[in-house]
Every structure is written in structure tokens, then in C-alpha cells.
Ligand binder design. Structure first.
Ligand SMILES: Nc1ncnc2c1ncn2[C@@H]1O[C@H](COP(=O)(O)OP(=O)(O)O)[C@@H](O)[C@H]1O
Ligand SMILES: [Mg+2]
Length: 263
């Protein structure tokens, strides 16, 4: 048990400057093994920028990102994904004309050392193979509650299910760290309830650390153990959900935007 609290992912003094705009400044975070960690803040606070930096979409203008103690700053998204970081996107990115199952199969391309284009070309072969990949993909679809719609086109799924499919595809890369960018966006209350349970289940079943950006306070406050709050690119608070809910700076940052409430 002694290793359980070791940090899996660390950001040290991250800065991201877009021309004259400091989108992120002095950002530090340390995600323990098997953590469910929240990253919140008003619109434009810099949350997605942090995900883009961790996942290699952006190279930070200051600071380092470390995964299991190894410096991954500036590596390409593919290299970072291969090292065990997967993400979903605030704006859903699925192959809309592919089936649900094929979307997950494509997610496996990383483990096959193929490029995304090669993975798409190889899909007919993937489908025929009674390999572990097909089996795992079906298991992942079952885990996210999409087994019965495996052969639907992704675009035919309602919004909430598309978000769950993105999670399944991310899991197909066998991540150690999963970054979820507003997974509850566009979900109705029942879907949001299911999502909360799903996130908890995923953490336990796949033994990973989850960093969650979420506007829906009910989700963050109920399932995250620890939360960092960003405002205008800077960390204004961190702590447990109850500490965050009673933090003066956080309440002020959210005034006019939304309330920090558990329900
Ligand atoms: N690639 C980019 N180029 C220029 N400005 C950007 C870019 N990405 C984000 N920004 C700006 O950085 C700020 C933070 O954006 P973002 O990280 O998307 O915030 P959040 O996810 O917290 O809503 C915003 O002002 C946004 O317009
Ligand atoms: Mg965002």
C-alpha cells in the first residue's frame, strides 16, 4: 500500500502564453495513483488548455509535465498517449460514420503501433480478427453500457451515449491517466447520474487516475476527492469538495456564473 499515494501525473509551474494572453500561469498539480481529481473554474479559466498541455496538443511556454516521474513535456500527442494518458474532448470527437464498435477498435491503434490512418485502413481486418482486440472492445462497450448499440452508427446515438463512447475509446488505449473534459455537458439529469457511477466504476475497474473537468457541480462535488480551482489562468483554491464549497475566493469567482452547490 505504501506506493499508493505516489503521484502519477505532476504539472510543475506550467505556463501557457497565447500572444499577449496568459491562459495558464504557475499551474501546479499532483495527481495520486487511483485518484479522482477535479479541475474546475469559470469559462475561459484555462482548464482545457491544461488538458491540451498534458496530452501534448500544446507545448507549454513554461514548466514541466511528468508522468510516473518521467518528463513528457513537449512530446507529441501519440507519444504521450502511448505512455498512458488518454482524454475525451469538450466537443465530442467521434468518427460519426463509423459504428460504435469500430470507434472503439480504432482506439486500439495505439497499442498496435499503427498510425490513425493505418488503423482506419485496417478496420476490415480488425473486424474479422477474433483477437483480443475485438473481445476487449466489446468488454469496454459493456463497461460503458453501449453493448446493445455496438453496430449503430456513432452519429445515431443520443448525446449522452456519444460521450460514453468517447470514454470507451479512450479506455481502449489502456491509459493510466484519463482526462475527461466536461463529460456531463449536454446530459440530462438521469444520464448525469449514470455518468457519475460510470466514472467511479471505471476508476476502480481499470485502476487508473482520473482528472475531471466539469461544469456540473453535482458531479464534481460528489465524486472527486480533491479539487483544483482555476480562474483567469491561475489556481485560486485547492482542497476537498467541502473546503472548495466554502472557499471565499471560489464563491466570488463563480458569482454570476453558477453556484457551488452539491445538489
Ligand atoms: N489555441 C489557442 N490560441 C489562443 N487562445 C487560446 C487557445 N486555446 C485557448 N485559448 C484562450 O485561453 C483561454 C482559456 O481557454 P480554455 O483553456 O479553453 O478555458 P476553459 O476550458 O477553462 O473554458 C481563453 O481565453 C481562450 O480563448
Ligand atoms: Mg474548456
Amino acid at each position: 500500500m505504501s506506493k499508493n499515494n505516489d503521484s502519477v501525473l505532476v504539472c510543475e509551474n506550467i505556463g501557457m502564453q497565447f500572444g499577449g494572453l496568459a491562459a495558464v500561469r504557475n499551474f501546479d498539480i499532483s495527481i495520486p495513483n487511483r485518484a479522482l481529481y477535479g479541475l474546475i473554474g469559470p469559462n475561459g479559466a484555462g482548464k482545457t488548455t491544461v488538458f491540451n498541455i498534458i496530452s501534448g496538443v500544446l507545448s507549454p511556454t513554461a514548466g514541466r509535465v511528468k508522468l510516473f516521474g518521467e518528463d513528457i513535456t513537449g512530446l507529441t500527442p501519440d507519444e504521450i498517449a502511448k505512455r498512458g494518458v488518454a482524454r475525451t474532448f469538450q466537443n465530442i470527437r467521434l468518427f460519426r460514420d463509423l459504428t460504435v464498435l469500430d470507434n472503439v477498435l480504432v482506439g486500439h491503434h495505439l497499442r498496435r503501433k499503427a498510425t490513425l490512418g493505418e488503423a482506419l485502413l485496417a478496420l476490415p481486418r480488425y473486424r474479422k480478427e477474433e483477437s483480443g482486440m475485438m473481445h476487449t472492445s466489446r468488454e469496454l462497450l459493456e463497461a460503458v453500457g453501449l453493448k446493445d448499440v455496438a453496430h449503430y452508427r456513432a452519429s445515431a446515438l443520443p448525446y449522452g451515449q456519444q460521450r460514453r463512447l468517447e470514454i470507451a475509446r479512450a479506455l481502449a488505449t489502456k491509459p493510466k491517466v484519463l482526462l475527461l473534459d466536461e463529460p456531463a455537458a449536454g446530459m440530462n439529469p438521469a444520464e448525469t447520474e449514470q455518468l457519475m457511477q460510470l466514472i467511479l466504476d471505471i476508476r476502480d475497474r481499470f485502476n487508473l487516475s482520473i482528472l475531471l473537468i466539469e461544469h456540473e457541480m453535482k458531479v464534481v462535488m460528489n465524486i472527486c476527492e480533491h479539487i483544483t480551482v482555476l480562474d483567469h489562468g491561475e489556481i485560486i483554491a485547492e482542497g476537498t469538495p467541502s473546503e472548495i464549497q466554502s472557499n471565499e475566493r471560489v464563491i466570488k469567482a463563480y458569482l454570476g456564473g453558477g453556484t457551488i452547490a452539491r445538489h
